[in-house]
Write a protein of this length. Sequence first.
Length: 96
Amino acid sequence: MSRTFEAHTPLEALVLEQALLLARQLQRTADEAPDGQVLARVEAAAVPAARELARQAVQLALQAQATALEKKGRTAGAARAVSGVPGTRGTPPATS
């Protein structure tokens, strides 16, 4: 199956490319896992890869916003910390 996707921003391009790579990695992991270990192996591959993709996407989104603000002549200010959101600094991430 072949599809064409169009990215309009560097963030969209990153997410599309990395999501396709992740999907291929997960499929390969599932195909190569021994019986009875497929779920554990795929989860072990998916969780850190998805976290890394999210980290890169957030970083690129913030960089794009800072660049846009600089072009408008405004200085990007410091972001306020959000309390109570799992995974933010000072708050332990949720576990499953």
